[in-house]
Ligand binder design. Sequence first.
Ligand SMILES: Nc1ncnc2c1ncn2[C@@H]1O[C@H](COP(=O)(O)OP(=O)(O)OP(=O)(O)O)[C@@H](O)[C@H]1O
Ligand SMILES: [Mg+2]
Length: 448
Amino acid sequence: MKPKLLVIGGRPTFQKKALHFFQPGFQVSTAASGREALPLLGNGQPAMVLLGADLPGGGSLEFLRELQQNFPRAKAILFSAFQDMNTTIQAMKLGAYDYVLEDIDLKELDQKIQKAVRILNLNEKIPPLKEPESFPLPSFTLIGQSKAMRELYKFIGLISNTTASVGIRGETGTGKKLVAQVIHQNSPNREGPLVTVDCTTIVETLSESTLYGHEKGSFTGAVESHRGLFEMAAEGTIFLDEIADLPLSMQGKLLRFLQDKEYQRIGGTSQKKSNARIVVATNRDLYQAITQGKFRKDLYYRLKVLTIYIPPLRERREDIPLLIQHFLHKINREHHTRVLKIEDRAVQLLIHYDWPGNVREMENLLTLACILGKEEVILEETVKEILHRSQRLPYDRPHLSSLGEAEEEILKRALRTTQGNLTQAAKLLKISRPTLRTKMQKYRLSLG
Ligand SMILES: Nc1ncnc2c1ncn2[C@@H]1O[C@H](COP(=O)(O)OP(=O)(O)OP(=O)(O)O)[C@@H](O)[C@H]1O
Ligand SMILES: [Mg+2]
């Protein structure tokens, strides 16, 4: 049966044109007002509605609200000769599928309608994804049933009664930080704090005091005594992220700390003892760093004793469907979206993609699909489009000659992708909104 298409309002010439154009594919009917249109919607069968935004008496938004309430299986595209900001925002907030100008090329409009019809049909067919088993989830949960992940759970279980030092190795985005959190959560030190140190940001001259603390007056500028991170984490866990970047001068001290858990504040006289468990992570090949003279061999062997390797996502593709389910629920909770369905072919695409950015890349992709896609079902073409965009990463472009240029390009891309939504763009870039604003000023980027 042909799907229903109802054209409400608009100029008579538009109604006629639409009737003529869409008749072969749809059961088209026209109405001059909302009141006239209601009986035509019939028995709740899914229908497409082209709704003029200039209905007499300003009734368009009112009608849209009524439509959404009483005919949840209908999708409305608004059209008008002009498109002002307020009506557009209101219409989209009320759940309009799209908003177009009245002089839109009908072929383009047809594509939008076809896509919406596909969503309506899929929405009828696909059952929603189940809630994750244990809901609400504890804050840190690793998802995955692949052999690698099951081994990992066992390993965490085995080491959980000890406070032995642990190394975590894996490509970017494989979940190293999450694993560190789960280790902490299950360790005897779980009541203590988990202190994270990003070794890439430790400045060589400061790092010693950052890690070990200092006594008042021990160097110029040391106006107060200061507790270092080892001291803060004394009864908890200290997570040294990107350990390969720890300055060489610090590596010897770390080794000593690992051996006897003792340290001294700069300028201090007494040895202090710490109970902290050390967890380190790296996405680099530490052995290569040794051959380059950037990493101490003895520290490497010391850390190697208990090492967890998290394989990249492309080597455990069977985890992908579970991760999709997990992330859609997580995204819906965090972003107040309601996307619980995904087309089979989209799942297949996600299963076969290579995920150079691993689980993080997948979470970002699904977040984009949920927020930017106007659909309650994630479609194959939405996934394709996002994958296509992400493959044109600015880093791959040879003409970018400086870090600044690359940064500017990434900012522009994020603003484009989120259609100028600063909150979303900041989230995507993993920076705060004020930082984003500062950077936009630096590169003189404006919205639109
Ligand atoms: N198995 C998993 N189950 C659920 N979420 C996961 C899993 N693995 C990773 N994640 C999520 O993916 C994102 C990236 O993970 P995380 O920050 O731990 O990666 P990473 O290995 O530390 O990356 P990088 O090397 O870039 O620092 C986080 O939001 C994390 O919660
Ligand atoms: Mg990390």
